[in-house]
Design a protein around this ligand. Structure first.
Ligand code: SAH
Ligand code: AVI
Length: 374
């Protein structure tokens, strides 16, 4: 996206929105965002934390796109290499009428799947789903000009709460790439995949791209690059809070910290206060004290082994069909088919809204109760 403002691109696009492009807003990030709740809970906690989805406003999405180009951040290049080698087989097995991509971002690697489809004479509709609308529009624009046959039905949604908006289709392939599954805790990853499986029909497919465990030095360099782009990405969440919640965070007063926890097999990103400070969040009427050295945990990025991914997919109700991997640096792609039978995870995911949805609903109820009381 070469750093150009996505909003400017969107304005240019608005003049020639082709009939092959549709955009559905399942939520309005400015109105229905969980940011206020997440900040109230996360910054009041004994160990302060913020969920990673709030990195991705327009600036954060562009920063992530720059991360993908960094020499240290091997993930995107590895997945790209793997997809280049395996896309024909993936598309040949899944034969999708609809390609749904969760957390599609710049959709850099989607072209490899669409190229393979084109070669095989398959013309799936593409459904990118992301919280970042400017990025959805920019990526759609570039895909529509590349593929004259393509229809793009973009969905602005929070996949943690809006999986009920998973587009329908005759024979869907749901892709979750970039190792974004690693940004979930183990429990949330289980719930999330089970919810996807519950929404697919037997015979439909799920493609999961995930980073694999490797030498600590390689992992840590990928999350603490020399140019400081990841540090800027990490601090971006403070800028989002300042803008959306009337905060007065000084991002320069926080250090970027990233390390690999061998036991949990995860990179952790934190922001560490350089000095004691008090931050005011005007819209929430809240003041947050920080001791020098105190941290806010902003992201986990779990690293997997093949057996971890197989277990994750099977527990959710998928049958792994193909495994593609690279050794150096290690990265894996698992193509699964939705199982025929109904597993316990599928029954649970179907009989109740996801835990995240339940948590969100009860928090919303709490919020409106609070509003009514004050
Ligand atoms: N899949 C792309 C982008 C990965 S970055 C790749 O492999 O390069 C993670 C993407 O997920 C971002 O585009 C971000 O906006 C999106 N995202 C993060 N949390 C989300 C959520 N809860 N719901 C929807 N999209 C989310
Ligand atoms: C989107 N996600 C998979 C990235 C990752 O590697 O966990 C986000 C990221 N965080 C720091 N660098 C990149």
């Amino acid at each position: 996206m070469n750093g150009r403002s996505l909003t400017r691109r969107r304005q240019a696009f608005a003049f020639d929105v082709p009939s092959r492009f549709f955009l559905q807003r399942v939520f309005d990030p400015r109105r229905d965002s969980t940011l206020a709740d997440d900040v109230q809970r996360g910054l009041r906690a004994r160990r302060k934390r913020l969920p990673p989805k709030h990195f991705y406003d327009e600036a954060g999405s562009l920063l992530f796109d720059r991360i993908c180009e960094l020499p240290e951040y091997y993930l995107t290049r590895c997945e790209e290499r793997l997809l280049r080698a395996s896309a024909a087989e993936i598309i040949g097995v899944a034969r999708p009428s609809d390609l749904i991509e969760l957390g599609s971002g710049a959709a850099r690697k989607t072209t490899l799947l669409l190229d393979a489809a084109e070669t095989l004479g398959i013309t799936p509709r593409y459904h990118p789903l992301d919280v970042c609308e400017p990025m959805l529009r920019a990526s759609a624009e570039s895909l529509l000009s590349r593929y004259p046959w393509l229809e793009v039905h973009a969905v602005v949604a929070d996949y943690e709460r809006h999986l009920d908006a998973l587009p329908d289709g005759q024979r869907r392939l749901v892709a979750f790439l970039g190792s974004t599954v690693g940004n979930f805790t183990p429990k949330r990853a289980d719930e999330f995949l089970a919810e996807i499986a519950a929404r697919l029909r037997p015979g439909e497919h799920f493609l999961l791209g995930a980073d694999l465990v490797k030498q600590v030095a390689v992992l840590e360099a990928a999350y603490d690059d020399r140019a400081g782009v990841t540090a800027e990405f990490n601090r971006n969440v403070l800028k989002v809070i300042n803008r959306e919640l009337g905060g007065d965070f000084d991002p320069a007063a926080f250090d970027h910290v990233a390390f690999f926890d061998r036991r949990k097999r995860q990179i952790e990103m934190h922001l560490r206060a350089r000095r004691p400070q008090r931050v005011t969040l005007a819209s929430l009427g809240m003041t947050v004290p920080f001791a020098a050295g105190e941290t806010v945990h902003t992201e986990v990025s779990r690293k997997f082994r093949r057996q971890d991914l197989e277990g994750l997919c099977r527990r959710a109700g998928f049958v792994p069909r193909r495994w593609f991997s690279l050794d150096e640096p290690a990265f894996g792609l698992m193509l699964c088919e939705r199982a025929l039978g109904v597993t316990r995870a599928l029954r649970d995911a179907r009989s109740a809204p996801s835990c995240a949805t339940r948590r969100w609903r009860s928090r919303s109820r709490l919020r409106s109760a609070r509003r009514t009381c004050t």
